[in-house]
Design a protein around this ligand. Structure first.
Ligand code: CO8
Length: 254
């Protein structure tokens, strides 16, 4: 149900249940967690998520599986999804959601847990849980406002409406639209940062992430700490020297 493959510096995780539009059963969520853990042991520079088939990235939590579960199981289910998606916050390299089609509910929540989102122009996105009498449970109420602001997040979550790829780009829900194949576009996006040093990438991500939940005075202290750590790396010495010597830097992740 979840395919994990390595292509050079990239790990690709494909949700592979096209007959159910790659819906997130609890088994699939566990498989996603295991795939992330396995990829963490690889020498990779980016992690790409996509959905099998042309129709869907992921149509959200498996609605059929949710029917009849008791409250305790459901709470455990929400916590499972939250814990698995939270692995991406601290994953050692940036992650990219290549949104090839529908990304609804838990599918959009997975995408919003990724560092980058790149969408096919035909992709459609939304948090339609309200139409089921539910609310998002895999991080949507917390990550979406941080990404697109409270007003737009409330608009999406309280109406459950579908957002086109163009609107998603305009409101900052996705970073880019793919001109051709979205998976190839995700690889091309990865190539834009995979040559940089891992310490600087990690420090930059951590500093920006903290801006979302930290008063600015404290955030500026975190930035000062992390930029100092970056400055002390061998990569920084290499990057600065390469600029002055008018050559391409060779970063060693140190
Ligand atoms: N779960 C299970 N099966 C699904 C799902 C889903 N989320 N989405 C689609 N499928 C199945 C359909 O049942 C259908 O199967 P079958 O052929 O056996 O009937 C097959 O996939 C194809 O789907 P459609 O025929 O509906 O395809 P369409 O092209 O007509 O429509 C849509 C595509 C618009 C994406 C439509 O399928 C749809 O609206 N899907 C549901 C989207 C949705 O509401 N997602 C949110 C789910 S709730 C959630 O994600 C978080 C809940 C919080 C949980 C926290 C507590 C644990």
């Amino acid at each position: 149900m979840v395919d994990l493959v390595r292509e050079g510096a990239l790990a690709l995780i494909t949700l592979n249940r096209p007959e159910a539009l790659n819906a997130l059963s609890f088994a699939i969520i566990r498989e996603i967690g295991a795939a992330i853990d396995e990829a963490a042991g690889w020498d990779i520079r980016a992690l790409i998520f996509t959905g099998a088939g042309e129709k869907a990235f992921c149509a959200g939590a498996d609605i059929k599986e949710l029917i009849g579960r008791n409250l305790m199981e459901e709470r455990a289910g929400a916590e499972l999804g939250q814990q698995v998606f939270a692995k991406l916050d601290t994953f050692k390299v940036p992650s990219i959601a290549a949104i090839n089609g529908y990304a609804f509910g838990g599918g959009l929540e997975l995408a919003t847990a990724c560092t980058f989102r790149i969408a096919s122009p035909k992709a459609k996105m939304g948090l339609p849980e309200i139409k089921l009498g539910l609310i998002p449970g895999y991080g949507g109420t917390q990550r979406l406002p941080r990404l697109i602001g409270e007003a737009r997040a409330l608009d999406m979550i309280l109406t459950g409406r579908t957002v086109s790829a163009e609107e998603a780009l305009a409101i900052g829900l996705v970073h880019r639209l793919a001109e051709g194949d979205v998976r190839e576009a995700a690889k091309a996006l990865a190539a834009e940062f995979t040559g940089y040093g891992l310490p600087a990438l990690a420090f930059a991500r951590a500093a920006v992430q903290r801006s979302m939940d930290t008063p600015i005075a404290q955030g500026l202290r975190i930035e000062a700490d992390l930029s100092t750590l970056a400055y002390r790396t061998e990569d920084a010495a290499e990057g600065l020297a390469a600029f002055v010597e008018k050559r391409k830097p060779l970063f060693q992740d140190r």
